[in-house]
Design a protein around this ligand. Structure first.
Ligand SMILES: [Zn+2]
Ligand SMILES: [Zn+2]
Ligand SMILES: [Zn+2]
Length: 283
């Protein structure tokens, strides 16, 4: 289940008084949570989160609405891509001030693991055993149970406090790629087209629509594949491959957040999809 589709700041974003967020400030239905997926196994009654965002409170509630856990938080594990606010800021909700969670496994890469263990306030979650840090190795599949497997793939991104990974999630029938943050497709040692070929659905970084989106900020300092670049690159693929793509991690300035925008039409015309908050994929 898709629990959120927005970039780290959410939509609307703190302090934004511009046209991009005006709609969402007035109309709560237009608001979007920060990027996150939930993986639910109805047979074993297990639930995992991909990312633990500052919108965790609402996202856990949304998950409970579709499958209630007997005791809070009812999470069998949390997978984190990297240490940028939108992807792990919600971990603090597991601490004694809020949930007082008991040993929720948090799967992260080794540097991220050291960071959580040694730097406050995260280290308190480890010390009080609210979370149990489980270091991941790139490309080594983790078996969650007999039906589900997760594999971390390293991707290039601004790695101030941690590595950055994407996750390939495999179920009995479907495989999903979750890749919310990457600098540029061509900076990755893997070809995104090859990764796309082995999955059924790919939730891909679409932070900015184009380079004109943040006037006054140097976009080279915060590189992402612009949607216009992705449309060009994926335009070379056959329609079946293109249809696997669902764009996610949208910055508040991204016109794809406005269903009536020309940008949305361009993406649809190109045969790509947009991730929808609340959508579910049977795996
Ligand atoms: Zn992000
Ligand atoms: Zn805005
Ligand atoms: Zn990031």
């Amino acid at each position: 289940m898709v629990l959120g589709v927005a970039q780290d700041g959410g939509y609307p974003q703190a302090g934004c008084r511009k046209a991009c967020c005006a709609r969402a400030w007035t109309d709560p239905a237009a608001r979007r949570h920060i990027v996150s997926l939930a993986l639910v196994d109805p047979r074993s009654d297990q639930r995992w989160l991909f990312e633990c965002t500052p919108d965790f409170r609402e996202q856990l509630h949304a998950l409970d609405e579709i499958r209630q856990a007997t005791t809070a938080p009812g999470l069998d594990g949390i997978f984190l891509t990297h240490a940028h606010i939108g992807h792990y800021g919600g971990l603090l909700q597991l601490g004694r001030e809020v949930l007082g969670a008991k040993a929720v496994p948090v799967h992260v890469m080794p540097r991220f693991s050291d960071f959580l263990r040694t730097q406050g306030p995260w280290s308190q979650l480890v010390k009080l055993q609210n979370i149990e840090v489980r270091p991941l190795a790139a490309e080594a599949p983790i078996r969650l149970n007999e039906r589900l497997t997760v594999t971390a793939l390293t991707v290039p991104h601004r790695d101030e406090f941690s590595e950055t990974v994407a996750f390939r999630i495999e179920g009995p029938r479907k495989k999903i790629l979750f890749l919310p943050d990457i600098d540029k497709w061509e900076r990755w040692e893997r070809a995104i087209e090859q990764e796309l070929a082995i999955v059924d659905i790919a939730y891909l970084d679409a932070t900015f629509f184009d380079g004109a989106e943040l006037p006054g900020r140097d976009m080279r300092e915060i590189p992402h594949p612009f949607v216009v670049e992705s449309l060009q690159r994926f335009g070379k693929l056959n329609p079946r491959e293109r249809a696997k793509i669902r764009l996610i991690h949208l910055n508040h300035t991204n016109p794809l957040l406005n269903p009536e925008s020309d940008a949305v039409r361009q993406v649809k015309d190109a045969g790509l999809g947009l991730a929808v908050q609340g959508e579910r994929v049977e795996m």
